[in-house]
Design a protein around this ligand. Sequence first.
Ligand SMILES: Cc1cc2nc3c(=O)[nH]c(=O)nc-3n(C[C@H](O)[C@H](O)[C@H](O)COP(=O)(O)OP(=O)(O)OC[C@H]3O[C@@H](n4cnc5c(N)ncnc54)[C@H](O)[C@@H]3O)c2cc1C
Length: 803
Amino acid sequence: MKTHTRVCIIGGGVVGCSVAYHLTKLGWSDVVLLERSELTSGSTWHAAGGFHTLNGDTNMAALQGYTIGLYKELEALTGMSCGLHHVGGITLADTQDRFDMLKAERAKHRYMGLETEILSPDEIKARAELVNVEGIVGGLYDPLDGHLDPSGTTHAYAKAARMGGAEIELHTKVERLTPHAEGWEVVTDKGVLIAEHVVNAAGLWAREVAEMVGVYHPLLPMAHQYIVTDDIRQIYEREGEFPHVIDPGGESYLRQEGRGLCIGFYEKKCEPWAVDGTPWDFGHELLNDAFDKIEDSIAFAYNRFPVLETAGVKSVIHGPFTFAPDGNPLVGPVPGVRNYWAACAVMAGFSQGGGVGLTLAQWMTTGETERDPRALDVARFGHWTTPGYTVPKVVENYQNRFSVSYPNEELPAARPFRTSPVHDLLDGMGAVWGQTYGLEVANYFARNGDARYETPSFRRSNAFGPTGAEVAAVRGAVGINELSNFGKYRVTGPNARAWLDRIMAGRIPQPGRLSLTPMLAPSGRIYGDFTVSCLSETEFQLIASYGAQAFHTRWFDTHAEDGVTVENLSDTRLGFQIAGPRARDLLAACTRADVNADALRFFDVRHMTVGMADCIVQRVSYTGDLGYEIYCDAPAQRHLFQTLWQAGEPMGLRPFGMRAMMSLRLEKFFGAWSREYSPDYTAAETGLDRFISFTKNSDFIGRAAAEAERTTPPARQLHAFEVAADDADVVAYEPIWLDGKVAGFCTSGGFAHHSGRSVALGFVPREVAQDGLEAEIEILGTRHAARLITTPLFDADGARMRG
Ligand SMILES: Cc1cc2nc3c(=O)[nH]c(=O)nc-3n(C[C@H](O)[C@H](O)[C@H](O)COP(=O)(O)OP(=O)(O)OC[C@H]3O[C@@H](n4cnc5c(N)ncnc54)[C@H](O)[C@@H]3O)c2cc1C
């Protein structure tokens, strides 16, 4: 074994081998992969080998599409067979909701270039005659679905990696990882290796490897079972291979295996495995058969696939594999640990392994990824995750693997967990809660007699009425909303301004003022949209998305400089925003400070006492109305609320939640982080370039790319549309049709209650984008007339917001 390497990958499953291949492909050939046993010795060897593109997250679907497309390339490169069977797959829908979901997926596939197809029950029967289509509403056909040989594929990745210069050491177990001047000292049972970077691709043992560097990765193995039948005459006499059939209603997936069938289940009575740690001596063994947990699913399958009832069982495969709380992989640079990278919790290694390898290799070799990595970024979970959180959440995810997932759904497991000091006060006012990054956040407030639960739906839900009432309160009087779910940072030190000038593309404000600014990557893509407030020449407050805390602090750490300290105050600096025409009256009633329009202007920031609390007050509002953000420390938050509430109630003050906030911002066409503003888009594409300071004397990150966009504007541009929707509004990624062709897609949308319009934001080609452009937007399979609008639907001249 070498003694030094640039990258040491721990784990020779499909994921580790894919990372090794992709690193060499992108030019890093000094790579050593260490495997404690043989290649595939974790969960890889007993996988069913199925692959498919369908994924509710668009970037994950694209990553799966890349993985599937890679196999032919791998075969050509290595001369090895991956045992590919591109037989196509049908996902069944046995309810209207499930069919709505498939139609929404099909719509997204249009601009992704995926040739999926909606099928009627008869068309399903014609392609997969062994399916009992009774009760089936329809299905989605994907010609790319198929299966492969897990072992052959892993060895093909390994061969391709070796061809690119990687070395693979088998029977070499990593026992300890110690920080080293050059990166890491990797202590194995065969000697020591110094590695600049370490990648945790240890699959079933990823938790144990993470512990070696002192971090916790939220993942858990689950025991999973599939059954292979004896030969079935209807299968082996069939012309052509039987397609994959996923029956989400029955929690099963089925495909041909040799001359019989193979069926696996994501059963409700599922079992976590090795909760407290994976034994190091777990090897190539399977778990005992456990028919009791799948008996209900089997009974269901007999009805859906009657041929199974008479088929004998040839073998049962019951083995563990790992999941993160949301079922997506944990990939990327691990916040707070230098040169340590995650490539674990990959629950669908044969749909996702290639894309995971590519994403990580891009990240390591260039510092960025080609696509927005947030769906799989290890940083989407924060320091707050614990095994106590992970276990119920992974169980929930496993049980819901084939459930309909609704855009407005708030999953109940492991909640409530993290709450702000006013949680019970808001709860008493009828708050219906959602969760962001572990924190309970009020989505809306149920009124007397309303259910305290939002019905999951693709259409307008029971939150529609209460949300409308909250919007009316804000636009008509004044509303109050918690600021706990903002990410908040304190930046201090003699070099704070210079550092911010480099990190942020926009102008950094003078003392007492605030500014809005994008934070760009070198490629010009958006890594954050921040409010920067200057409290003094050496102290600034940054506000961004609460859910992006680890993503942003990792970026700050990567670009750290002497003379600057960045503290994450997201959970300690809390507060409220008040918004609406009476917001100024309310603030004035609670403070002796002068808050008149001349004394506290739009974009001013001040320290002031509100009630008894020492607060930072800034005049800005995401609602597009006259509004203030009032920040205090956590112990003062209840007092601040009570002060504002007592003064505000006679003025018509009402609490409002995230649903109302999203509705309010839509009629001003304000973009949102993770919807309009994400690493998938650039500043000029989204219009955020209006906040870039090209005149400032700073070589800010992303400057060259942003300047290039000024010379050559990007091909697409974000715009607002008014949609002739009926009972369902745009959520995200719906196609925008122009002249009968898909020409763009939506980033978000919803009902703007105050103006009474259904609004969508989305990208269309720059050359055709103009006020009044007639388009169509496809919602749940139906095209609706849409018109591009450039004048905000509320306070178009900003008189109310700035007045
Ligand atoms: C029954 C079953 C059916 C499945 N069906 C499918 C399917 O149809 N399609 C699909 O896409 N996926 C399927 N999967 C999931 C698939 O198996 C996993 O997604 C995949 O195997 C994950 O691969 P990995 O490389 O991340 O982890 P693993 O395969 O667990 O590999 C990790 C490797 O790291 C090594 N290692 C760990 N610690 C160390 C150390 N300290 N030093 C050196 N080496 C170490 C281990 O020996 C192991 O070889 C199935 C899983 C099961 C259990």
